[in-house]
Design a protein around this ligand. Structure first.
Ligand code: AMP
Length: 407
């Protein structure tokens, strides 16, 4: 877990601001859910055999004996909120931005507190809805200036087909099970789908010889995938179909996808997304969504040469005071300027003019307003241009004119 401070925070601000603009164009609204939730929310919705739930949650018991966990992802809380009836469930369109927590072994691209920007669009399975969400995601990546990312897409069909798919996979794998490493054999029992995205060479070699999930699915599910891909093509968005992509959570149905970036090394996934059916309060909830890892996005943006500057409102001035009387009057001037949209700063105790000019220089303000006893008496302001060193004496209306012209 790390602190985030200037100058690193500038790119975070750019990412969040542009994300909000893009979400608004697609008519998604922000929801902020608590970072601490009942543990059962995650075990029920994410599935209690998944890595995230069994190995990676920060869980605790509070003073009342309640089992709580820091959220490891955003969908469960978002769906809990939507399903609570606080929002029109049938067509809720929400997004979230915030920290997630997973007690993973720290390594490049994996942090214990990381941040996600994600969205959820409620609604029954509809390939056009999946395509719209993918199009929004591509729009976001463009708005940030990301280059060189790819979308891997697959289908995992419907829950009612899942048993047949799992049986088909197990049947094909069983004769070769003893060739696989021990943890793969265990996965074969607990979550055979997860074997498909294993990075182990022995597992991969075996997978190449068995039918793909898509081949084991119904015609309807394959047609669903085709419509998603055709719709995206119509929107001029390229995707790669990847039959090995299954994603880690139990709740996915139909479309799943990942955005990857080759500048990231082993942990090359920027984002995971998919259509899901989550059991919440005993009822099924349908939606489609994605979550993007902000830290990894920043690494990819940096690899694409994207940088961001400090948020610096213009115009901006520094105010220097010569003497106690000017200091007091300048407080009022500073407040007035700030209320009129001008960024400014001054020393809040009497200091030598040299020290004040040094500070102004460090802040990078182009102009310094200087006031001493004689300016107070004349009702004027000396304005020094820090770029060329020139000075002029102005009255308040002229000063405001000059500053506001710079806006
Ligand atoms: P997931 O919820 O596992 O599908 O993750 C979605 C995205 O969040 C991933 O593609 C990563 O970009 C990011 N992510 C997941 N876990 C971590 C982590 N431990 N540290 C940093 N980013 C992560």
């Amino acid at each position: 877990m790390s602190d985030l401070a200037p100058p690193d925070v500038y790119i975070w601000q750019m990412i969040e601001q542009r994300a909000r603009e893009v979400f608004a164009r697609y008519r998604f609204e922000e929801v902020r859910t608590p970072v601490l939730e009942k543990t059962s929310l995650f075990t029920h919705s994410l599935g209690d055999t998944t890595d995230v739930v069994t190995k990676e949650m920060y869980s605790l018991q509070d003073r009342g004996g309640r089992h709580l966990s820091l959220r490891p992802e955003g969908t469960a809380g978002a769906v809990r909120y939507i399903a609570s009836g606080a929002e029109e469930t049938a067509n809720a369109r929400i997004y979230y931005i915030g920290p997630m927590f997973r007690c993973e072994r720290p390594q490049a691209g994996r942090k214990r507190q990381f941040h996600q920007i994600g969205l959820e669009a409620a609604g029954a399975p509809n390939p056009l809805a999946d395509a719209e969400v993918i199009a929004l995601q591509v729009h976001l990546l463009d708005a940030w200036g990301l280059k060189g990312s790819r979308i891997r897409l697959n289908t995992i069909g419907l829950p009612e087909e899942r048993a047949a798919v799992l049986d088909g996979l197990r049947e094909a794998i069983r004769p070769r099970l003893s060739e696989l490493p021990e943890d793969a054999q265990q996965r074969f029992e607990t979550n055979v789908l997860r074997l498909l995205d294993s990075k182990d060479p022995a597992v991969q070699e075996m997978i190449n010889d068995i039918p793909t999930v898509t081949e084991l699915l119904s015609d309807d599910s394959r047609a669903y995938l085709d419509t998603v891909v055709e719709t995206l093509r119509g929107l001029e968005i390229d995707v790669e179909i990847d039959p090995s992509l299954v994603r880690g959570l139990d709740y996915y149905v139909h479309t799943v996808w990942e955005v990857v970036h080759d500048g990231l090394g082993a942990q090359n996934a920027l984002s995971g997304g998919g259509r899901y059916r989550i059991q919440i309060g005993g009822k099924p909830f349908d939606g489609v969504g994605f979550a993007m890892g902000v830290e990894r996005m920043i690494a990819a943006l940096e690899a694409s040469g994207v940088t961001a500057d400090r948020f610096a409102p213009q115009p901006a001035v520094f105010i220097a005071s010569l003497g106690e009387a000017a200091l007091k009057e300048n407080l009022l001037l500073m407040q007035t300027l700030r209320q009129r949209g001008i960024a400014c700063e001054m020393e809040l105790k009497a200091r030598k003019i040299k020290a004040q000019m040094k500070r102004a220089d460090k802040l990078g303000d182009e102009r310094v307003i200087i006031r001493g006893d004689s300016e107070l008496e004349n009702g004027t302001f000396v304005v020094k241009n820090m770029t060329d060193g020139t000075q002029q004496e102005l009255e308040l209306p002229e000063l405001m004119d000059m500053l506001e012209r710079e806006e």
